[in-house]
Design a protein around this ligand. Structure first.
Ligand SMILES: Nc1ncnc2c1ncn2[C@@H]1O[C@H](COP(=O)(O)OP(=O)(O)OP(=O)(O)O)[C@@H](O)[C@H]1O
Length: 271
């Protein structure tokens, strides 16, 4: 029977335009943001986020809804493509799933270890070396030093960064950055892997290697969410897909059907 590993319940995300969204402005907001996540989870997240959304709307500022009432479930072992035009809300969804940002409304339930490849190298500490970042990333995923050590050589040889191992990652090229980020994310054996349009940064040989690795990761029954504007790649990798349109879930289902609707809509707009 299908086993949902991710449940997204009526998630909305609102940004204030022109100011840093994450900085609390009122004492009440400061208290809300200051409470640590475990404590916050004791309360109803739905109630808290509803309050935030009302607060934002009453502020009378320019706001933008990146996501609006998005609900869906992902079953264990699914390889789900996420498509949509620029600014549709795809990356925002990943930031919410990986807890980089809080939803303004709604909530998500995730049952498993999640690793996320956002834009090049997010999650790495720029001042730390490649070696140190591998250990740090493993620790963030809850792995012991011994477990990380067992995977270490595989990560380094997959990324082909032997010579850069003791260089701070801020000196890496963007391609090298993403090689290491991909190698770390996929070898540290998360249950769920989020991949946001990062493959394009690597060279062709590395892209090919990544695709094979993603396929074998999926064959192990792990769950992958994949954002890309490369429709052929989405069709190649994914069985199902979501189409986000202006922050709303326009369609979810079998990859070919969703892509057909998305392409039809995009063509209609461009004419
Ligand atoms: N930190 C932020 N502050 C203000 N607005 C933001 C912020 N992050 C995203 N947005 C806005 O939210 C909307 C959705 O952005 P998002 O990055 O999720 O889109 P996307 O579907 O990933 O787009 P793309 O395909 O161009 O990468 C956009 O209008 C964007 O300008």
């Amino acid at each position: 029977m299908a086993n949902p590993i991710i449940k997204v319940h009526e998630v909305s995300k609102c940004y204030r335009i022109g100011i840093t969204n994450s900085r609390p402005r009122t004492l009440r907001e400061a208290i809300m943001y200051g409470i640590s996540t475990p404590v916050r989870n004791l309360f109803s997240l739905r109630k808290l986020t509803k309050f935030n959304s009302e607060e934002l709307l009453s502020g009378g500022e320019d706001i933008i809804w990146s996501l609006r009432d998005v609900s869906f479930e992902v079953n264990e072992g699914d390889v789900l493509g996420i498509v949509g035009s620029n600014g549709a809300g795809k990356s925002t969804l990943f930031k919410i799933l990986s807890r980089v940002t809080e939803p303004t409304g709604g909530y998500v339930e995730i049952s498993g270890k999640l690793s996320c490849l956002l834009e090049a190298g997010t999650g790495f500490h720029p001042e730390l070396t490649g070696r140190e970042n591998i250990y740090l990333s493993g620790a963030v995923l809850g792995m012991t030093k011994r477990e990380i050590k067992a995977k270490f050589d595989e990560i380094v040889s997959f990324a082909e960064i032997e010579k850069l191992l003791d260089t701070p990652v801020k000196r890496f090229s963007s391609g090298m950055h993403i090689r290491l980020a991909f190698a770390v994310a996929i070898h540290l054996e998360p249950d769920i892997l989020l991949i946001d349009e990062v493959l394009a940064v690597g060279d062709i040989a590395f892209q090919k290697k990544c695709l094979e690795k993603i396929k074998s990761f999926a064959r192990e029954g792990r769950t992958i969410l994949f954002i890309s504007h490369n429709i052929e790649l989405v069709k190649y990798l994914c069985k199902s897909a979501l189409w986000l349109n202006n922050g709303r879930l326009a369609r979810a289902g079998a990859v070919n059907e969703v892509i057909k609707d998305y392409e039809r809509n995009s063509l209609a707009i461009s004419h």
